[in-house]
Design a protein around this ligand. Structure first.
Ligand code: NAD
Length: 469
């Protein structure tokens, strides 16, 4: 079963990296195991008045830091072991990018595209009530976020349900992230994971030694990219790669099929086309192709941004991309990974590459706890300093700046700019550190380096814990 393969892959990646760790086996076992699991079944009324029993999960993988944090997935493929594997990846990715949370994940077994909005709302509110009942949600306990099949709307229903049940608690808006702006969300969260994929890929491929080994020129400009999954993560990753990095998106694979154009696809226009027609197929200038076969087409970078186990021993020998950018969680299983590495393909691992989402979720959580937006605290202060600087420049040079030039110098960053620059800095720093560990400890690949770095950070934290009877 694919969810078993994913669970086993995450454990195998952990075990491979743990071989290089200085920590003893007991601490490593504690880092690896999932701390708590809540499995539930609850009744939800269908639109026609009948009752459906829905199965759902929440896994809190690691209490070395609190709160725990992780998205909620709506998919008919959700299972307990998939949820645990995803929760453990959350622990490792938080440790990697310096987000002070343990990992968690939620899963609800419904197929969101086939449900009405009313049914999804009733499921989300009931799931939230179940989490509250068992103390599996709260600003200092466990903080969900969007994942596959969920978005701002669901996060809005969660905070509204929480607020109405726990109205006397402080910081209630910090009980969930990825909320709409009007419900104390933060600008830049929706695009954060995809934009982080762009920053992470750029940090890696601008290294001349990495590019040379792959037979590529350094940087992203002109690189041919194939994307799987034009959802929240995939869309923004491709958009930023195209618009900010100068990459050429030559293929996009979706559930309904794939499209290919060696001259490049305009990602925002393609997104609009899919919204209008319900499909990526028949996009002007592109050829309709098989969605699975497209992953094996010639390109420099392949970005799986849909689900786990998309590259396995079955198709890995035919993959032509030189770089696999794991925007999704677990898109390459361990057998596929071994084949790709042996063929000289560089896999940029999920626990690093898609950590932009939790990074910006952390900013949202901080903002909710502070009860004030970031720019509000600094913009007036910076504006006064900048105004004084511009006045001094004008006095010294005897020249007056144009109104637009003056404005751009005086006004400080807005909240979105602050969020994006902090996200960029986080992804650059994390990559630098992984790269350093990769080389210094002579590790076989980037994934082992990323796992080792995060395992040791979590283990370090556990080794200071008291063990209570
Ligand atoms: P999403 O639901 O917004 O988009 C996923 C897209 O993949 C959908 O458009 C779907 O139709 C498509 N898809 C599904 N199966 C496919 C297939 N076989 N071939 C081609 N396309 C297929 O989900 P998302 O939030 O973008 O999440 C995608 C992945 O990224 C998941 O693995 C998720 O766990 C991971 N992730 C998401 C976030 C986040 O902030 N949303 C953060 C970190 C990691």
């Amino acid at each position: 079963m694919s969810e078993e393969a994913f669970y086993e892959s995450v454990h195998a990646y952990f075990d491979r990296a743990a071989l290089y760790s200085k920590f003893d086996a007991g601490i490593l076992q504690q880092v690896k195991d999932c701390n708590a699991i809540y499995r539930m079944k609850f009744p939800v009324r269908e639109d026609d008045g009948s009752i459906r029993v829905v199965e759902a999960f929440r896994a809190e993988h690691s209490y070395h830091r609190l709160p725990t944090k992780g998205g909620i997935r709506f998919s008919r493929m959700v299972s307990l072991n998939e949820t645990i594997a995803l929760a453990s990846l959350m622990t490792y990715k938080c440790a990697l990018v310096g987000v002070p949370f343990g990992g968690a994940k939620g899963g609800v077994k419904i197929s969101p595209s086939q449900e009405s909005e009313g049914f999804r709302e009733r499921v989300t509110r009931r799931y939230t009530a179940e989490l509250i009942r068992k103390n599996f949600i709260g600003p200092d306990i466990d903080v969900p976020a969007p994942d596959y099949g969920t978005g701002e709307k669901e996060m809005g229903w969660i905070v509204d349900t929480y607020k109405n049940i726990r109205m006397n608690e402080p910081n209630i808006y910090a009980c969930v992230t990825g909320k709409p702006l009007a419900m104390q969300g933060i600008p830049g969260r929706t695009q954060a994971t995809g934009q982080g994929v762009y920053f992470g890929l750029r940090s890696c491929l601008e290294r001349p030694e990495v590019a040379k080994k792959l037979g590529l020129s350094p940087g992203l400009a002109g690189k041919r990219v194939i994307l799987q999954g034009l959802g929240k993560v995939g869309y923004y990753a491709a958009k930023h790669l195209q618009q900010d990095g100068g990459a050429v998106i030559v293929g996009v694979s979706e559930q309904e099929g794939g499209i290919h154009n060696p001259e490049g696809l305009d990602i925002p226009a393609l997104f609009a086309h899919r919204q209008e027609t319900g499909s990526v197929l028949d996009y002007p200038g592109a050829e309709n192709v098989d969605r699975a076969a497209l992953l094996e087409y010639s390109c420099d970078i392949l970005i799986p941004a849909a689900l786990e186990n998309q590259i396995t021993a079955e198709n890995a020998p035919r993959i032509q991309a030189k770089v696999i950018a794991e925007a999704a969680n677990g898109p390459v299983d361990q057998a596929g990974d071994a084949i790709l590495c042996q063929r000289g393909c560089l896999v940029i691992p999920d626990l690093f590459l898609n950590a932009g989402g939790v990074t910006v979720s952390y900013f949202e959580w901080l903002k909710n706890r502070a009860g004030v937006s970031f720019d509000r605290m600094i913009s007036r202060h910076e504006e006064i300093a900048n105004r004084n600087m511009v006045a001094a420049m004008e006095t010294l040079t005897g020249q007056t700046l144009s109104v637009s030039h003056r404005d751009s110098l005086i006004h400080g960053p807005d909240e979105l700019r602050l969020v994006v620059s902090a996200l960029e800095q986080t992804m650059i720093r994390a990559y630098d550190r992984i790269h350093e560990v990769w080389l210094q400890r002579d590790l076989p690949d980037l994934r082992t380096a990323a796992f080792l770095l995060s395992i040791e950070r979590v283990a370090e934290s556990y080794s200071h814990h008291g063990i209570f009877p």
